[in-house]
Design a binder for this molecule. Structure first.
Ligand code: NAD
Length: 460
């Protein structure tokens, strides 16, 4: 079977490369001439782990074109992976997908053989059947089911490991309009995937709801761990990592995404929760948990700066280490480091920052809200307080001697508890590991007062 991939962005180009790697011929389509030329020259059109190498190694199987018609005529199945940006209500816009479906519909009109269209972009329930299918039928003059196939099949990937995640999923998700297209896609996945992941087949709407529910659940789990961390640090001697390690041992809970720290960010997680809440409201259902998760996550930067105001003087210099939304990434979209830096600047602090890969993007985004420097040490040297915002291995390797700031003691607020033990008691540093109850006097007082009051009430 020959596949085509419509949209050669972070996800689409990686998927095309993965097909090539697994021995399939694949045609990529993009509206960008530059992206198409790069792929045809054996290069990656976007930055993603192993993408350049995988495309180069399989160049004879991977072609690209700007013609949707050429792609449809020369393949059996087309995956559509174009942007679905959030709109002002929190929903996902079908603007790019509609245009792609229009072109695909025109191509289906001139193709005699059966062909399947697979939507992979993130959409809300009902979008494939009611928003996009009518475009295909109108443009092609054909009927979905007997004349061509349609599925909704999103991938569960993380930026930075897209090719590996695509080829080794926990499960594949196939929402089918018609049985024939669903079976064809399940069979293709069975050949392409490197593992033998189960395939979950269902209706279009069930698959659309499953996709968004996965992200909503994971973000709620992250937010739960963050909540436990903020309770843990009020209990003298309590370490949130000890608590979550045990918590994750319960098979009903599991240990992934259970690290009490800063919130989530990036291009997918924050918008998916908002979209689910919007969608539920529109249909008269309540997705209060998603609304709360979203609200809690967005409140983090403000809370950090509020708490910092009790620890450092007004107008102090604060260094934020970690500006990408996660380590090994240049992506700063909705990153906690960026939000904290912006909030610091808005509160009158002098913000400096550093990130191993995202520095340039961060400076462009933050403009004169912050000065982004070339090394962690340089940022620290200008600071009265340091906030560790991502668990980047470069920060884990920092030694006590690297923390020479402009205040004595220098406050080091480590949200991921990654710094070496020697830093904890180093002279000239006030080390605050988030989620650990180290403020013995104030917290012990409150804890004791709570229990002496309760025992006087006779309440056990
Ligand atoms: N990036 C992620 O981590 C991720 C994860 C899961 C799901 N998704 C979803 O996948 C979809 C694509 O995301 P992405 O990050 O790959 O986007 P992207 O912006 O990196 O790439 C999209 C590509 O589509 C091209 N394009 C736009 N309209 C086109 C058309 N009509 N025909 C052909 N090409 C067209 C653009 O030129 C661009 O190259 C989105 O719906 C996103 O929500 C992304």
């Amino acid at each position: 079977m020959k596949a085509s991939v419509i949209g050669l962005g972070k996800l689409g180009a990686s998927m095309a490369a993965a097909f090539g790697k697994r021995g399939f011929d694949v045609i990529g389509v993009d509206v960008s001439r530059h992206a198409v030329d790069l792929v045809n020259e054996g290069h990656a059109p976007v930055q993603e782990t192993d993408l350049e190498e995988t495309i180069a190694a399989n160049a004879e199987r991977i072609q690209a074109t700007m013609s949707h018609e050429e792609a449809v005529l020369e393949s059996d199945i087309s995956f559509v992976i174009v942007p679905t940006p959030s709109d002002e209500k929190g929903a996902f816009s079908l603007q790019y997908a509609s245009w792609a479906f229009k072109e695909l519909g025109k191509a289906l009109k001139v193709k005699d053989a059966y062909h399947s269209i697979i939507l992979t972009s993130t959409v809300l329930p009902g979008a494939t059947r009611h928003g996009l299918l009518p475009i295909l039928e109108a443009e092609s003059g054909k009927r979905c089911g007997p004349d061509f196939g349609l599925c909704y099949s999103p991938e569960f990937i993380a930026l930075g490991s897209v090719i590996r995640d695509f080829l080794n999923p926990d499960f594949t998700l196939v929402g089918q309009f018609d049985e024939r297209a669903g079976q064809q896609l399940e069979d293709l996945y069975a050949e392409v995937m490197e593992n033998s992941a189960p395939c979950r087949r269902m209706t279009l709407e069930e698959a659309e709801l499953t996709k968004i529910s996965v992200n909503a659940f994971v973000t709620t789990k992250i937010t739960f761990a963050n909540m436990i961390a903020s309770v843990s640090e009020k209990i003298p001697g309590c370490n949130v990592d000890v608590v979550t390690h045990a918590l994750g041992s319960d098979a009903r809970i599991g240990s992934k995404y259970l690290k009490g720290a800063l919130g989530y960010g990036g291009p997918c997680f924050p918008r998916d929760n908002k979209a689910l809440a919007y969608f539920a409201r529109e249909l008269g259902a309540a997705a209060e948990l998603s609304e709360t998760t979203d609200r809690s996550n967005r409140a983090i930067a403000g809370t950090v700066v509020e708490r910092l105001s009790g620890m450092v003087s007004e107008g102090a210099s604060v260094a934020v280490l970690g500006l990408a939304y996660k380590p090994f990434s240049h992506v700063i979209e909705e990153s906690q480091g960026i939000e904290i830096t912006r909030a610091l600047s808005d509160r009158g602090y002098r913000a400096v920052g550093y990130d191993p890969l995202a520095g340039e993007n961060a400076q462009t985004e933050l403009k004169d809200h912050a000065v982004i420097l070339d090394s962690a040490k340089e940022a620290i040297s200008q600071a009265d307080a340091v906030v560790i915002a991502t668990p980047d291995p470069e920060f884990c390797a920092l030694k006590a001697a690297d923390f020479k700031g402009s205040s004595d003691p220098l406050l080091v607020w480590d949200f991921w508890r990654i710094l070496a033990d020697e830093i904890r008691d180093a002279p000239g540093l006030r080390y605050v590991p988030f989620g650990c109850g180290i403020d013995e006097t104030a917290n012990a007082g409150r804890l004791k007062a709570l229990w002496s009051q309760t025992s006087q009430d006779g309440d056990t």
